[in-house]
Design a binder for this molecule. Structure first.
Ligand SMILES: [Zn+2]
Length: 458
């Protein structure tokens, strides 16, 4: 493929860093890179650049999602049909993700062989998808959270592309697992640390002992990898701060985070990815909105078997008697909706307090992480909820772009529209700095200068 040179002009520009929209700017792209951002445009000024008139549209840096599960295929049950739809669904996740304007994701747990295969196909341009920072398998302790994810037997493991969660029991095993993930191409290490389940009948859960946790941290550091950590309880947050993890995933649901803990969080230069939308399960409106979304558009982002399983999931939570009987709960895994619902307001308050105190808060959706975490749908929802937690539209969009890039240590290549950055660009209708819903109206997407959605033909 030849090197494309084009100039975008006549739009409003949000550069990812500066408040407000700039008008009358021209953004020049040469190959994969932003060559210049300058005022004014005329055809004579840029010979050799294809001119793209973006009249009435807003140009933003490609959005970044700091927590997804892009190889998880929206299926909880391994049925015969699941085998047929697995790869097609993963491919769809990649495509839906980038077509919604998300050009970079950090994956928070996957099936390593699937990750390697699809990442390669995306890099080679065979399928459309975002740039992926991988963790490969997540790491937890035997019997620990995610307590709803089985340790797969060799047959299923072979089919599904590896173990979703590796479960080392000793410091030695912990070192081996981290090393193995890095050798398989992990950019980050993902661990779970949740001492009490959020499932009905889940109860207390085992977590890493200090030596095993230390072994994970030391090995990650040895390979220059940072650590992201799933948690939802205050006690667990305090503990993982003391262990030196870099980002925390979801947020504390049970108590307000005390000021001194927030101070430690900031002092350690940590970042929080609240994933508020997936914690907003007590919100009937959200459930109904998602249900309508599945019914009207489900077949555009779900293959037949995932579609069936998602529908079944919604039926259980929305239309059958919930919570189910104790016997049912012993046989299957059900989220304790009322427990999470009670924690939601606490979670929002905690995010607001961390943000006000100056802590780094990133944008992350957990897309793919459950049967209701839809790519494309969740991202605008998450921005809305950050705004309800006190972010201005500007702060939310900055977090989504340059803020997330900084957390990923990639701010010198992505997250802003500046000379020398990769040309990850999203073009939307409307003005998301005034109305965040505009972020849903994605017209065009470029990843490293390559068109992923829309058209630049006149
Ligand atoms: Zn997750």
């Amino acid at each position: 493929m030849g090197k494309d040179r084009f100039v975008l002009y006549n739009m409003r520009l949000f550069d990812g860093e500066t408040t407000g929209l700039k008008e009358g700017m021209a953004v020049l792209v040469d190959g994969d890179t932003i060559e210049a951002v300058e005022e004014g445009w005329s055809a004579e000024k840029y010979p050799g650049f294809k001119a793209v008139d973006l009249k009435g549209l807003t140009l933003l840096p490609g959005l970044i999602d700091n927590h997804v599960h892009i190889t998880v295929p929206f299926m909880m049950k391994v049925t015969p049909r699941a085998f047929l739809d697995l790869n097609r669904q993963i491919e769809r996740n990649f495509r839906v993700c980038i077509e919604s304007g998300v050009t970079t994701v950090r994956d928070a747990g996957s099936f390593p062989r699937k990750m390697r295969y699809f990442r390669k196909r995306v890099e080679q341009g065979e399928i459309k998808g975002p740039r992926v920072l991988a963790t490969n398998s997540a790491i937890t302790t035997p019997g620990g959270c995610p307590d709803w994810v089985p340790y797969f037997n060799p047959v299923i493991k072979a089919f599904i592309g590896g173990q979703y969660a590796e479960r080392p029991a000793t410091p030695d095993q912990a070192r081996k697992v981290v090393k193995n993930m890095v050798q398989k191409g992990a950019d980050w290490i993902k661990i779970y640390y949740q001492s009490r389940s959020w499932l009905i009948l889940g109860g207390d859960l085992p977590v890493f002992d200090r030596k095993t946790f230390q072994a994970l941290m030391d090995t990650a550091r040895q390979y220059n990898k940072k650590v992201m950590c799933h948690l939802v309880w205050l006690k667990d947050l305090k503990y993982v701060i003391s262990m030196g993890v870099n980002t925390t995933e979801h947020t504390v649901l049970d108590e307000e985070i005390p000021d001194r803990v927030i101070d430690d969080f900031i002092k350690n230069d940590m970042a929080l990815h609240p994933t508020l939308t997936i914690l907003d399960l007590g919100n009937k409106d959200l459930w109904n909105e998602m249900d309508n979304y599945v019914n009207s558009k489900g077949r555009t982002f779900l293959e037949p078997e995932p579609f069936r399983q998602v529908k079944e999931h919604f039926d259980i939570y929305l239309r059958r008697k919930f919570p189910p009987s104790i016997e049912e709960c012993r046989k299957n895994f059900y989220m304790d909706i009322s427990l999470i619902a009670r924690g939601y307001d606490v979670a929002v308050k905690n995010v607001a307090r961390l943000h006000r105190a100056g802590a780094r808060v990133g944008v992350a959706t957990d897309s793919g992480g459950s049967l209701m975490s839809f790519f494309g749908f969740l991202y605008p929802e998450e921005l809305k909820r950050l705004i309800s937690a006190g972010f201005s539209n500007f702060e939310a969009l900055k977090a989504a772009t340059s803020g997330n890039a900084e957390i990923l240590d990639m701010a010198d290549s992505i997250g802003s529209i500046k000379k020398g950055r990769l040309a990850d660009l999203v073009i939307v209708e409307g003005n998301p700095l005034e109305d965040i819903e505009a972020i849903r109206n994605v017209k065009m997407v470029f990843k490293a200068g390559r068109l992923m959605k829309g058209s630049i033909e006149a």
